[in-house]
Design a protein around this ligand. Sequence first.
Ligand SMILES: Nc1ncnc2c1ncn2[C@@H]1O[C@H](COP(=O)(O)OP(=O)(O)O)[C@@H](O)[C@H]1O
Ligand SMILES: [Mg+2]
Length: 276
Amino acid sequence: MAVIETKGLVKTFGKLRALDGLDLEVDAGQVYGFIGPNGAGKTTTIRVLLGSYKATSGSAQVFGKDVWRESTSIHEEVAYVPGDVSLWPNMSGGEVIDFFLRLREKSGPAWDAAQKRRAELIKNFELDPTKKCRSYSKGNRQKVALVAALASDVDLYLFDEPTSGLDPLMEKVFQSYVAEIKAAGKTILLSSHILSEVERLCDSVGIIRKGKLVEHGTLAELRQRWEVEGEALPSLEEVFMKQYGDEIHISGEEDDNEMHKSIFAQYLPKKKAGDR
Ligand SMILES: Nc1ncnc2c1ncn2[C@@H]1O[C@H](COP(=O)(O)OP(=O)(O)O)[C@@H](O)[C@H]1O
Ligand SMILES: [Mg+2]
């Protein structure tokens, strides 16, 4: 069964078509890697799924329910971590986490289980929950949102570049929790530009470009689809570059997309001096 299904999803901001007929399908129990560089439409998609943006046209359903009209009931079974977490400056991290957990449970065995998990997560992510949110770094704010989401027992987890700002050690902690959630049969949409993370964690991958899904399938399917005879199966990075190679150029001078430079530079042919 599809937990997430969008058909011909369009979202415009003025003249800009952030989503341009997106067809996305994520089945129950999958860890789905949603990849694409900055501006491709990942966050917009997730915000439409959360009912924070109203789609311009097309359809979007979560658990078979319309994301706009039935967003309240969808939220009961969804945990979300944005890529850039903002928190209430006067609350402590622990208070924020409990605030989110109380939206679902207030007492009883489920509350006790969430509290137990909360304690374990705080320890593993090395978060000091007593500090006021205003004093947290970006990485610590990210940890607060991760603890709140991962301590929640829900059916669907939406992670939008959740490890931005975390060091590699904490990224590993996050990955082990994703594996745990997956083993429990939950569904995860993981938007990321860390392709190695997606390669490690995800069953299926969708590549988004300019608001359209240009490639999707299991990792094995994608690698086979782009196999070149006589060569080793391509990595996810190489598959990704088949979709984006024409668009990304490294000039060595000013570049309008820093992320392309940092993340993908190693896979790209260097432009020669004098090239434009
Ligand atoms: N609230 C908004 N108002 C205007 N433009 C937006 C808004 N949100 C996103 N966009 C634009 O929509 C496109 C897709 O953005 P986004 O979904 O954030 O991409 P991604 O998450 O893949 O980096 C970008 O061109 C971005 O500038
Ligand atoms: Mg984004």
